[in-house]
Design a protein around this ligand. Structure first.
Ligand code: DQA
Length: 146
C-alpha cells in the first residue's frame, strides 16, 4: 500500500501557540509524532506536510495522485474559500478525509461552509488533534475494505 498523506493548511504551523483555547496546546510536530506512531502500529507509511500557500497545497495534492493511497487533509482557512483545492482533490482517486481540530459548526457562520466537503469521503470536526488519528484509522479501514 502506498503511504497516506496528511496535509495541513495555513497557520497550522503555529499550532500550540495560536489560540490554544480553540486549538489546544499540542504542536504540529506533536501531532505528526502521534500520527507516525499510529501509522507504524497500523502497518502503513505516512507523509506529513504543511504549507501556508494555496498553490503549494494544490501541488501537494497533485503529487499525492501517484504517491499516496489516501489523503487526510486539514485545509484550515482554505476549507472555506478554495475551489482550487477542491478541484485538485477531485483529481485524486483514493479516499479523502477532511479534519478540523475545532468544531467549525459551533463557530462563525463563514466556517460552516466547506468546499472540501464536496469531495471528502468523511469529515471529522471538533475532536481536537485526536481527529487526525481517527481519520488515519478511517482511511486505513476504507483501503483495507477495498
Ligand atoms: C480549522 C478550522 C478553520 O476554520 C480555521 O481557519 C483553521 C483551522 C480547524 O482545524 O479547526 O485554521 O481547520
Amino acid at each position: 500500500m502506498k503511504p497516506i498523506h496528511i496535509l495541513n493548511g495555513p497557520n497550522l504551523n503555529l499550532l500550540g501557540k495560536r489560540q490554544p483555547e480553540v486549538y489546544g496546546h499540542e504542536t504540529l510536530a506533536d501531532v505528526e509524532t502521534r500520527c507516525a506512531a499510529l501509522a507504524a502500529e497500523l502497518g502503513v507509511g505516512l507523509h506529513f506536510a504543511q504549507s501556508n500557500h494555496e498553490g503549494a497545497i494544490v501541488e501537494m495534492i497533485h503529487a499525492a495522485r501517484d504517491a499516496a493511497s489516501a489523503i487526510v487533509i486539514n485545509p484550515a482557512a482554505y476549507t472555506h474559500t478554495s475551489v482550487a483545492i477542491l478541484d485538485a482533490l477531485n483529481a485524486f482517486n483514493g479516499p479523502v478525509i477532511e479534519v478540523h481540530i475545532s468544531n467549525v459548526h459551533k463557530r462563525e457562520s463563514f466556517r460552516h461552509h466547506s468546499y472540501v466537503s464536496l469531495r471528502a469521503d468523511g469529515v471529522i470536526a471538533g475532536c481536537g488533534t485526536e481527529g487526525y488519528l481517527l481519520a488515519l484509522r478511517r482511511v486505513v479501514s476504507l483501503l483495507r475494505a477495498g
